[in-house]
Design a protein around this ligand. Structure first.
Ligand code: SF4
Length: 896
């Protein structure tokens, strides 16, 4: 549902969401109450829809925690001094150790123009390909696989295919949480087309299963086996598109031979995949029967030590059956970040040149160097992300410039990455936020502008290039990333090549490069944008590349003519031999750790962690596990547990669910040292990588799980942010007008009352203090009030079972507490059950679980639509619909 702009609101900007690769268009308005963000009905990516994260963007538009000035060794400095120091240090290191001793590590959050300047600076002017991006962690396997199959990193499909297909296969993708607006579009397509089936392939039963007619809970990592089996099945059943294969595909026999070698007969194959024979047969038959098949895949496929092969195993099936290049069909990679695609286009990976040209290709190198008029051009691939941090530890890379990313949180084997960052001779971090785990280790900090303050382009999952437009000034001395890099380049003597007056000038130069000596030989061509003037750049309409003079409105679907970008012009099927994960489970580490995103947080929480709305869905770092494993390893629901691997450990809260298969645990990637005492799950993740793409294996790390026993457990709610970093266990979370801390300790304090006052910084005279202590059960509770207004409260118990936080948190919204509220305050529960809304389910309208359950029971509601009518829940972004469906199912079960 798109909310319309109110009469008193002023439209500030039509821009795009800064989070995931769906690339939704948003409208930003402002009225007296502040900023508002809503979906743009005219943007083709979302047609007005938004998910919970996009809908809460306005809550993140403050300057709290922003980096405001350049800093050197922790002291405020200025731009000139910072650039001079950087120039001196980079030049000395290059003189002494060569060009490859310096590196950049950048981000899919950058805009295309920033990315282009970073690449030009490193590959053309500093003269090294040591620039890699955090997109290496989420989609480099797709890049490698598409280049093998198509001769180019080309996504064949478009979102419109969702509306035109008859079978959607979601594989390794919790689309409902990670690409929610795509999920909403699939849900709508299902309503419009009763013939549309959805199959989810995932070891976990995720929220995406809500719309699935079939869930294949395959064994972790069995994807290539499953798709090799499908390839064999299609061939056996005569489902080969012979005209297409004869004219447009090569490598068929080798790929089929490999598929037959790995597939065996169906029953054995089903067992190896962890499926029932019937399930396997039904899926294969469905794929064969429905010509219009769209396979949407994401990190569950890519983040594997055989991710490239897994992607090719999917593409093979589409090539053999000719399900590509036509409406409603194809293998469609969903990108993680807002501009991961743009980064690929400008050559953001260490093994690429700009505009989809190749480092190894002499003609391409010449062409790019000529265009840049640069003194150098890198001729060999630089370090990929994981190797880059190892190269720092080996003293091969001595200076690192990190831009717009937080590798101290997001890289696997994270303790070693932190060691590398600490070891680095000269570390520059350019970011919009002052306090990140990475920024904490930098010698030089450079303040960058962020979403809402910068101008440029991004490319989403369907190759659609859109504008991000500024609507507010950056705070302090923050500048656009391209400006910072250009000024540095000029400081080291490259004045003319980086003398850009605007991001538009950069985009024009880049667009011109894409068309240079192209003539249809390279997939990426946006040469029709090479002469945009300021007005045309400002009013740029979302368009899918290629955007050429012949086809200036863009190209929704690729390969419609059956021509590919390989030397022969034919697509390549790749023989795939399925491989197991690099590190198998063992007696000591018997469980598989699977990591990923949750619905309402984004990456390392630097932006979404600011939003109270987004902090309610999951407020604490956690691990999910199957109740059978919980029983086996003596884990209690809600207890603290240690997840440990060879590489590291975290302490998080245990959540039991049948949705996780026995033998696997799932923990989200978001929490870090800014939000918790020890919850950085990437410190546990193994560093194994795909040998072709260099993408790490985030979905499969052998771990153990053990209960963590503390002397006491508690929580603390406070209007003021507190420093609890000395506590044995702490987890911080932002609420509406308060900070929420979950805490636990190894030793019971001698006097709880004194300890509580210390924790709450509550030694002022003008406060009243309510306290309750039961020595027999060591339960302590206290609240601190100024007048009748609740300032803070603390609840402590020797076991983790404590009162719910929701009613107490709601009291912080009140200017004064009533006598009755004060009376019940230390019980932690309202005397009126209806006042306790329960855990937040609908982020958009703040509707809690208890409220929904009560409405279902009392109003005899039996559909999500009726929950929406009664409570509004699920009627805005729709991200909570799978959870509403689950609550309805639970309610039905309890009635029976
Ligand atoms: S799906 Fe959500 S996070 Fe992704 S771009 Fe759209 S609004 Fe942003």
């Amino acid at each position: 549902m798109t909310k319309s702009v109110g009469a008193s609101e002023k439209i500030l900007s039509k821009t795009t969401c800064p989070y995931c690769g769906v690339g939704c268009g948003v409208i930003v308005t402002r009225d007296q109450a502040g900023y508002k963000v809503r979906g743009n009905p005219d943007h083709p990516a979302n047609l007005g829809r938004l998910c919970s994260k996009g809908a809460a963007l306005a809550e993140t538009l403050d300057d709290e925690g922003r980096m405001l000035h350049p800093q050197i060794n922790g002291m405020q400095s200025n731009w000139d001094t910072a650039f001079e120091l950087m120039a001196r240090r980079f030049q000395r290191i290059i003189t002494e150790h060569g060009r490859d001793s310096v590196a950049m590590y950048v981000s899919g959050q950058l805009l295309t123009e920033d990315y282009y300047v970073a690449n030009k600076l490193m590959k053309g002017f500093i003269g090294t390909a040591n620039i890699d991006t955090n997109s290496r962690l989420c989609m480099s396997s797709v890049v490698a696989a598409q280049k093998r199959a198509f001769g180019s990193d080309s996504v064949p499909c478009c979102y419109d295919d969702i509306d035109r297909t008859n079978l959607i296969v979601l594989v390794g993708s919790n689309t409902a949480w990670c690409h929610p607006v795509i999920f909403q579009r699939i849900r709508q397509a299902q309503k419009n087309n009763p013939n549309l089936d959805v199959v989810v392939i995932d070891p976990r039963k995720t929220a995406s299963c809500d719309i699935a007619s079939m869930h294949l809970a395959i064994n972790s990592g069995a994807d290539a086996l499953l798709f090799n089996g499908l390839l064999k099945y299609l061939n056996d059943k005569g489902e080969v598109n012979k005209p297409f294969v004869d004219n447009c595909v090569e490598g068929v026999d080798a790929a089929l031979n490999a598929a037959y070698d790995s597939s065996a007969e169906m029953l054995t194959l089903a067992k190896k995949c962890g499926l029932e024979l019937d399930q396997l047969e039904r899926f294969y038959a469905l794929f064969a029967r429905k010509e219009k098949v769209l396979t949407l895949y994401s990190q569950g496929i890519n983040q594997s030590s055989s991710g490239t092969d897994k992607v090719n195993s999917i593409i093979n099936c589409h090539l053999l059956s000719g399900r590509i290049g036509r409406p409603g069909m194809g293998a469609f990679s969903l990108t993680g970040q807002p501009n991961a695609m743009g980064g690929r286009e400008v050559g953001g990976l260490a093994n690429q040149l700009a505009a989809h040209m190749e480092l190894e290709n002499k003609e391409h190198r010449h062409l790019v160097q000529q265009h840049w008029q640069s003194p150098h051009i890198a001729s060999k691939a630089g370090y990929k992300a994981v190797d880059l941090f190892e190269a720092i530890l080996d003293d091969k890379v001595k200076a690192l410039w990190i831009i717009g990313t937080n590798p101290a949180v997001s890289m696997p084997n994270n303790n070693r990455v932190k060691e590398a960052l600490s070891h680095c001779e000269f570390l520059v971090v350019q970011d919009c936020m002052q306090n990140t785990d990475t920024a904490d280790l930098a010698h030089v900090l450079l303040p960058a502008s962020t979403w809402g303050e910068r101008n440029g382009m991004v490319t989403n999952s369907e190759r659609c290039i859109s504008r991000q437009r500024a609507f507010r000034e950056p705070p302090g001395e923050a500048m656009a990333d391209w400006q910072i890099m250009s000024k540095f380049a000029q400081t080291i003597g490259h004045h003319d090549a980086f003398n850009y007056a605007s991001s538009r000038e950069i985009f024009n130069e880049y667009a011109a490069l894409s068309g240079k000596e192209n003539n249809g030989t390279r997939d990426f061509d946006i040469s029709a944008c090479a002469n945009l003037d300021d007005k045309a750049y400002e009013s740029f309409v979302p368009s899918q590349w290629p955007i050429t003079f012949k086809n200036p409105v863009g190209t929704p679907r690729l390969f419609e003519d059956g021509h590919f970008f390989t030397p022969s012009g034919k697509a390549q099927m790749i023989p795939i031999t399925p491989r197991a994960a690099v590190n198998p489970t063992s007696d000591k580490y018997p469980l598989i750790l699977n990591t990923g995103r949750i619905r309402d947080q984004w990456h390392t929480m630097t932006r979404t962690g600011k939003s109270p709305t987004l902090s309610t869905h999951f407020s604490e770092a956690f691990v999910q596990l199957n109740p059978k494993d919980a029983q086996k390893y003596n884990i209690l629901e809600g207890g603290l547990v240690s997840i440990r691997s060879i590489w590291g450990d975290v302490t998080v809260r245990a959540i039991m669910t049948q949705d996780i298969p026995v033998g696997m645990v799932f923990s989200p990637m978001h929490w870090n040292d800014q939000y918790a005492s020890n919850a950085l799950v990437d410190s546990v993740v193994n560093p194994a990588c795909d040998p072709i793409s260099g993408q790490p294996e985030f979905k499969h790390t052998p771990v153990s799980i053990t209960p963590v026993k503390k002397a006491w457990y508690g929580f603390l709610l406070s209007r003021r942010q507190l420093n609890l970093s000395t506590q044995d266990y702490w987890n911080l979370n932002k609420g509406n007008g308060l900070w929420r801390y979950e805490i636990a300790g190894n030793e019971t304090p001698k006097v709880w009352s004194d300890n509580a006052r210390n924790l709450l910084c509550a030694n002022e005279d003008n406060v009243s203090w309510m306290e309750y202590f039961d020595q027999s059960v060591q339960t302590y509770r206290a609240a601190r009030l100024v007048g009748d207004k609740l300032e803070s409260c603390i609840f402590i118990s020797p076991n983790p079972r404590l009162p719910g936080r929701d009613w107490l948190m709601a009291l912080f919204a009140k200017k004064s507490l009533s006598d009755k509220e004060k009376m019940f305050l230390l019980s932690g529960r309202s005397n009126d059950a209806s006042e306790d809304a329960g855990a937040n389910i609908c982020a958009c309208f703040g509707v809690g679980k208890n409220t929904i359950v009560k409405a279902i029971q009392e109003k005899h509601i039996d559909s999500v639509e009726d929950i929406g009518k009664a409570l509004q829940a699920g009627t805005n972004c729709g991200s909570c619909i799978p959870e509403l469906t689950a609550l309805l199912k639970e309610a039905k079960k309890s009635v029976r």
